[in-house]
Design a protein around this ligand. Structure first.
Ligand code: SF4
Length: 360
């Protein structure tokens, strides 16, 4: 016989079936789930929200993921690559405005010139901020040697989304070739953890062909891998991508949104002290999407500080919000929004994953 929903919420360890049941919650049960995840968050990590100033410095990418608007073969995209001095200017802005950390993100490249450019940039950011700015990078699959170089140059967190823990599903949303291999993705994630990065991953929620079992397995994967940080958001289709042809098979945007909130809530209960980002894609569906995520379990927010003129060209998905606001507007807006979600901004702090600290 099924235990009651409230008893289920108090369990220490969830089975796959438990998670599926939680992910399907609606109405009063969904409310109870969100209440429980909110309590767990306050008890284990408090109400602090940490900023990661996001610099999407280039949309040049060698890969061709079937869901992504900036995939290599999309000829409609205006490609850009922001000069190093502009990136440093954005880092300076983040430092002066006490953001605590930045995230450097770009399409995937691994040519030697790119690798050494990033090493130099990392050292320069550390230098201009007196070592005070924490740096997360999200630059895709690289060799262990490259990851080590960037770690030595000053990056201490790395975000590499696995998109799905199910290799079969992964193969359906990526071209079928060596360059897009699920096994390589997992190997890279392992290298990052072995090197000593605070290691982050994430998945897309509401993909075509995806089942509740897949999503439950995604959360179990994160727990088993002992991940330190997670950024997961709803899948939003882009009309210049091959996956767009399945748009009629998707759940509604609102359902994808609610399901993402439930994924965050369940993960918070399962992994009490990790960092969880309120993904920008949530705001593309609901203007208060990120605030809702903060309330039920997320504790990281990534204000976009990419120079404004390039933001509209970094569209991994459509309807992306905040592409025309300057970084200053962005900070003011964030502060008001976070206060609204009963959060308090951890200005000038790195806000490292407590889970990482307990692992070491
Ligand atoms: S998802 Fe990332 S790696 Fe894949 S095409 Fe887009 S930018 Fe490139």
């Amino acid at each position: 016989m099924n235990i009651s929903f409230n008893t289920l919420l108090q369990k220490e360890n969830f089975t796959k079936d438990d998670i599926v049941r939680l992910l399907k919650a609606s109405g009063e049960q969904e409310k109870a789930l969100f209440k429980r995840s909110h309590e767990v968050k306050l008890e284990h990590i408090g109400n602090k929200v940490y900023f990661r100033g996001l610099v999407e410095f280039s949309n040049i990418c060698k890969k061709d993921c079937l869901y992504c608007g900036i995939r290599a073969t999309n000829k409609e995209v205006n490609r850009y690559d922001i000069a190093n001095d502009q990136i440093l200017k954005a880092a300076k802005f983040a430092h002066e405005h006490k953001y605590g950390s930045i995230v450097l993100q770009a399409g995937e490249r691994s040519d030697p010139a790119f690798v050494s450019r990033i090493s130099q940039l990392l050292r320069d950011i550390k230098k201009i901020s007196n070592n005070e700015l924490g740096i997360t990078i999200s630059l895709g699959e690289q060799s262990a040697e490259t990851y080590q170089k960037w770690f030595d140059a000053g990056a201490h967190r790395y975000l590499l989304r696995i998109e799905s823990s199910n290799a079969e599903l992964y193969n359906k949303i990526h071209p079928n070739n060596e360059e897009h291999s699920h096994a390589t993705r997992l190997k890279c994630l392992q290298s990052l953890q072995d090197i000593g990065y605070q290691t982050g991953t994430g998945v897309m929620i509401g993909l075509p062909f995806q089942t509740y079992d897949d999503l439950a397995n995604d959360l179990l994967f994160m727990k088993k891998f002992d991940i330190d940080m997670v950024g997961m958001g709803p899948f939003i289709e882009h009309d210049q991508t091959p996956l767009y042809q399945y748009k009629d098979q998707l759940m509604s945007l609102n359902e994808r949104f609610r399901l993402t909130l439930r994924m965050i809530a369940v993960l918070r209960i399962m992994m009490k002290d990790i960092n969880i980002a309120a993904a920008t894609a949530l705001q593309a569906i609901d203007p208060l999407g990120r605030e809702k995520a903060l309330k039920i379990g997320a504790n990281i927010i990534m204000p976009n500080i990419t120079p404004t003129q390039e933001r509209a060209n970094y569209l991994l998905y459509q309807n992306k919000p905040c592409i025309d606001e300057g970084a200053d507007d962005c900070t003011n807006c964030m502060e008001a929004r976070i206060n609204m979600a009963d959060g308090e901004i951890g200005y000038g702090q790195w806000g490292d994953s407590l889970h990482y600290k307990s692992r070491h």
